[in-house]
Design a protein around this ligand. Structure first.
Ligand code: SAH
Length: 213
């Protein structure tokens, strides 16, 4: 599968849609304009890759809607060299956006088949995360903490405490919180025990699941 002029043209249209919906961060838009999203999806969905919609990937999971990826990425305020933890690697699309923004990305996935598939695929198309981990995102990644920011890409029924405690002072946690629908929530760590909380609108994600083991 290749990236063609047709795909590039469709990505330009997608960028225009994202701008209409309120995305302003130039680096985020540039990353989405660069990344061949169609390569992250099963071939039967090729024609849909540049619509602003979520789509099924393996293991009953979804690749997030481009608007959602852009919205969450903007909230992280990524600076080059930031150490970022992602919960829910999935297709690796959000991981690729963070890599292009210059972050050092650590990403956790709990579905073994997705973890294996994405671990092979991402470096093959040139996006190299610092570490892809098969494990439980509720626990975060203690041995690599603290992080400049943490992004959760599945709907969390509550805010896992380890994620708050693995943030640097000044660090940001972007997490959709709720069961059926979620409220996008941004926590900024102001001190060892102080967090500023912002609620930023409704979204719908697949659930952040507790580990089977
Ligand atoms: N960022 C992904 C979104 C995938 S959907 C993308 O751009 O494609 C959410 C992902 O979170 C799924 O792959 C799901 O398996 C994973 N997930 C759910 N619960 C998890 C947990 N407790 N720990 C790690 N990953 C989890």
């Amino acid at each position: 599968m290749k990236d063609t002029l047709k795909h590039k043209g469709l990505r330009k249209q997608l960028l225009a849609t994202l701008v209409t919906k309120g995305i302003t961060n130039a680096a985020v838009l540039e990353a989405i304009g660069d990344i061949p999203r169609h390569l992250f999806m099963d071939s039967s969905f090729l024609d849909h890759a540049y619509q602003d919609k979520a789509f099924p990937i393996a293991a009953s999971q979804t690749i997030s809607q481009p608007y959602t990826v852009a919205f969450q990425s903007e909230l992280l305020e990524v600076k080059s060299g930031d150490k970022i933890l992602e919960i829910g690697t999935g297709s690796g699309y959000q991981t690729a956006v963070l890599c292009l923004l210059g972050a050092h990305v650590y990403s956790i996935e709990r579905q073994l088949d997705l973890f294996k598939k994405t671990s092979k695929f991402l470096p093959k198309i040139g996006y190299v995360a610092k570490r892809l981990v098969f494990g439980d995102g509720y626990k975060g990644l203690k041995d690599e903490a603290p992080f400049d920011s943490i992004i959760v890409t599945a709907g969390a029924p509550f805010v896992p405490k380890p994620l708050l405690s693995q943030l640097k002072i000044g660090g940001r946690l972007v997490i959709p919180v709720g069961d059926e629908d979620q409220i996008m929530t941004l926590y900024i760590r102001k001190g060892p025990k102080e967090f500023e909380k912002h609620e930023l609108g409704n979204f719908k994600f697949v659930p952040l699941l507790e580990n089977k083991n």
